[in-house]
Design a protein around this ligand. Structure first.
Ligand code: SAM
Length: 346
């Protein structure tokens, strides 16, 4: 599909530019080189993943286990997603091209899951190899935790976080758990919901590993802080909407929503991880339902809910026709804040 698009675009460009060159009696090779260059740039800068919403079985059918110590875990993951479990003798992944070739012999699907000593990974094989892995101890998250600006960050302002407060947050659209980790590192007790089975199992695995004591990459003080943060994170078994109907929602003080926004731009600005997530999840067309089901709790005496925060790309329209009371705008994202709710949605 990507190559087809590249060819279409390049052919159109070739004819326009070729006609222009011929008109001015210039050499054909200039037009040909222009064709090749435009094709090359299109492929280099265009997005990697097509916009697909697929069930697990359409997306993948295999889990490779390379970690003998965690065979039971691999078995549990493969059973929960109805995948064929395949054991790989090598503990270390070979170089990328050899690895992709080996995977392509095992499955005909465009992606698979593999479990190695670092955890569970989603590996896309086509159209381009890309790997997702939830690692809360990654250098990026570690840097953000230590130097990211703490309560000065936009997300902290949007959630009205204060020092020495540990509000109960429900992140109804947890994804790979990055925002949940940031909120937990700012003191929140975060309950997460994730309904996509592949994303959920990646998140579950990331959380499981983070909660194991003594991560060798962290020094002891940082390690203790890290352990305290992940101890404040929990993955619930409900889908977002179901949790809002449960009694436990009554205890939640802050609700955080970040439904998938269908990014149409074909540029590197949309991070590859977000493209991959969009490929796995599709678009969350019912984000508005989630928000509108939650808002009445702001006015309910049996709920502790104080605010609902919706994360959107900066230029995206509001999620619902109900206007937020405040907005915080950053370079790429915007937070829409709901504090009150009057009337009824019926
Ligand atoms: C844009 S991603 C969230 C990214 C996340 N904030 C992060 O930091 O990684 C949206 C995620 O919400 C999940 N989702 C959407 N609606 C949901 C619902 N009603 N219940 C549970 N999960 C939901 C999608 O499956 C998707 O993984």
């Amino acid at each position: 599909m990507l190559v087809q698009r590249g060819i279409h675009l390049s052919v159109i460009y070739f004819f326009c530019y070729g006609a222009f060159q011929a008109y001015y009696r210039l050499l054909v090779y200039k037009a040909v080189s222009c064709f090749l260059l435009s094709f090359y740039f299109y492929l280099s800068f265009s997005y990697v993943f097509p916009e697909t919403l697929g069930s697990v079985i359409e997306l993948l059918d295999t889990l490779i286990c390379m970690d003998k110590a965690n065979t039971a875990l691999a078995k549990a993951y493969s059973e929960s997603l109805a995948l064929t479990l395949f054991s790989f003798e090598q503990a270390e992944r070979p170089a990328q091209s050899a690895w992709i070739q080996a995977c392509s012999k095992i499955t005909k699907k465009d992606s698979l899951l593999f479990l190695d000593h670092k955890g569970l990974h989603w590996q896309s094989l086509r159209p381009k190899p890309y790997c997702i892995h939830v690692d809360f101890a990654s250098p990026q998250l570690d840097y953000r935790r230590q130097k990211g600006g703490g309560l000065g960050q936009l997300i902290a302002k949007a959630m009205a976080l204060k020092p020495n407060r540990t509000p109960r947050v429900f992140d109804a659209t947890a994804g790979l758990g990055t925002d949940a980790f940031v909120l937990a590192s700012l003191g929140c007790r975060v309950l997460m919901a994730e309904r996509n089975p592949i994303v959920r199992v990646l998140l579950e695995d990331g959380l499981l590993r983070a909660k194991q004591p003594a991560l060798p990459a962290l020094d002891s003080e940082s390690d203790r802080e890290f352990q305290a943060i992940v101890a404040r994170m929990e993955l619930c078994s409900h889908e977002g909407q179901d949790f809002l109907e449960s009694e436990s929602f009554g205890l939640i003080e802050l609700l955080y929503l970040d439904p998938m926004f269908p990014h149409r731009e074909k540029t590197a600005l949309v991070k590859k991880e977000m493209q991959a997530l969009q490929y796995l999840v599709g678009s969350d067309a019912d984000g508005v339902d989630l928000l509108e089901r939650a808002l009445p709790a702001l006015a309910s005496p049996v709920h502790s809910l104080e605010r609902v925060v919706v994360k959107r790309p900066r230029v995206a329209p509001l999620l619902s026709s109900i206007r937020p009371q405040h907005q915080y705008e950053g370079k790429r994202n915007r937070y829409d804040i709901y504090l009150h709710f009057k009337g009824s949605l019926l």
